[in-house]
Design a protein around this ligand. Structure first.
Ligand code: FES
Length: 109
């Protein structure tokens, strides 16, 4: 899996719904960003259940009740900030990619 090197700009906090998420700006491996307030996380955009994208066709990631990432394919749910599977058929957690905030800019850590 080709993950972004440290310092790669992946997006801007102000471009993310709060709470919510969208695809990240990295082409080599599909990634998405989620935020809740000033907390931001990045995950590989591949559901551990059947390998499908968690993002919707328009790039948004559906966040349920402000707490759970919802896979649109078969409905698995994942805790927003940890990626732990909390329901549905996936079981395994999302793969996290470390990030840091530099002002409004989200960078690979
Ligand atoms: S592909 Fe995500 S729940 Fe099946």
């Amino acid at each position: 899996m080709d993950l972004p090197p440290s310092g790669t700009v992946l997006g801007r906090l102000s471009d993310l719904p709060d709470p919510g998420g969208r695809e990240a700006g990295w082409e080599a491996t599909p990634l998405f960003l989620v935020r809740k307030g000033s907390d931001v996380r990045c995950f590989v955009n591949i559901c551990p259940h059947a390998g499908r994208a968690l993002s919707l066709p328009d790039g948004r990631v559906f966040v349920h009740k402000g707490e759970y990432i919802l896979c649109p394919v078969h409905g698995a749910t994942f805790e927003l900030l940890s990626g732990t599977c909390t329901g549905g058929p996936a079981g395994d957690p999302l793969t996290a990619v470390p990030v840091r905030l530099v002002g409004d800019v989200i960078c690979a850590a």
